[in-house]
Design a protein around this ligand. Structure first.
Ligand SMILES: Nc1ncnc2c1ncn2[C@@H]1O[C@H](COP(=O)(O)OP(=O)(O)O)[C@@H](O)[C@H]1O
Ligand SMILES: [Mg+2]
Length: 251
């Protein structure tokens, strides 16, 4: 089944919407529109009876709330109705009960004396366990994880980091939510585990053209099981959020 993203001009590019229950990656530099796209996606779900959560790992949920109130997306109403949740799992978030559980199951040799998970960076595993609990408790159907980049650099060993990110995405697949993973890694030719493991990859570009004008664009790189548009398309910010429009002609 295909579900609406709530982004004007986007759904027709992907045969009418995203496939329910799948994982999508949105990559783009800071300020390229990832948060706006994702919040529109959650709000569209909330209006269609699919509660959703924005899992914030790097930025405070207060900042995101304030930024989104600029748009006519009515995130505050949706939050009050318990259809939309902003969940802070950043480094300073208190994991509450989960703390005690991990302390119980973490072998001694992995635990330092007196170590607390408060103020320790979230890891793919800690984030997954917390998200799993929230999906069950809140009946979530849509998820946004902002961002993979913030749980990527938690291991000293690149190979084990790749494995744990791969495992994180596979675990999320079992939760049954339609999920958008955000990433600041922007090299289209650097094929990362998150690109392989996701069902779809969307790039948000944000660059200066030869005349010095700021160009914003969206491009669908991959979308499994879907005949999709491949053009680099201009995006603009309206009072409702992002809007996808015409292909950008290369000069
Ligand atoms: N009302 C607006 N009109 C035009 N651009 C805006 C408006 N509000 C925000 N923006 C742009 O959106 C950017 C932030 O988008 P955001 O979705 O937070 O990006 P990301 O999550 O990728 O960092 C800002 O840097 C700004 O360029
Ligand atoms: Mg953001």
């Amino acid at each position: 089944m295909r579900i609406k993203t709530g982004i004007e001009g986007f759904d027709p590019l992907v045969e009418g919407g995203l496939l329910q229950g799948r994982q999508y990656l949105i990559s783009g530099s800071p300020g390229s529109g990832k948060t706006t796209f994702s919040v529109q996606f959650l709000a569209a779900g909330a209006l269609e009876g699919e509660p959703g959560a924005y899992i914030a790992l790097s930025e405070s949920v207060e900042t995101i709330r304030q930024d989104m109130l600029r748009y006519a997306i009515h995130t505050d109403d949706l939050e009050k109705k318990k259809k939309l949740f902003f969940i802070d799992l950043g480094p300073s978030a208190n994991y509450g009960e989960y703390d005690e559980i991990t302390n119980l199951i973490t072998p001694d040799y992995q635990q330092q004396q007196g170590e607390s998970r408060v103020n320790t960076p979230p890891t793919p595993f800690s984030v997954f366990k917390e998200v799993e609990t929230q999906v069950k408790n809140l009946g979530l159907k849509r998820l946004v994880v902002d961002s993979l980049s913030s749980i990527r650099f938690t291991s000293q060993n690149p190979a084990s980091e790749e494995r744990s990110i791969g495992r994180f995405i596979r675990n999320l697949k079992n939760l049954g939510c339609t999920t958008i993973l955000l990433s600041e890694l922007t090299k289209p030719d650097a094929y990362t585990i998150e690109q392989f493991a996701s069902h779809g990859v969307i790039f948000l570009h944000n660059f200066m053209d030869k005349q010095g004008n700021m160009v914003r664009a969206l491009q669908i790189i991959k979308m499994r099981g879907t005949k999709h548009d491949c053009e680099m398309r201009a995006i603009e910010f309206t009072d409702k959020g992002l809007k996808v429009s015409k292909p950008i002609k290369s000069k």
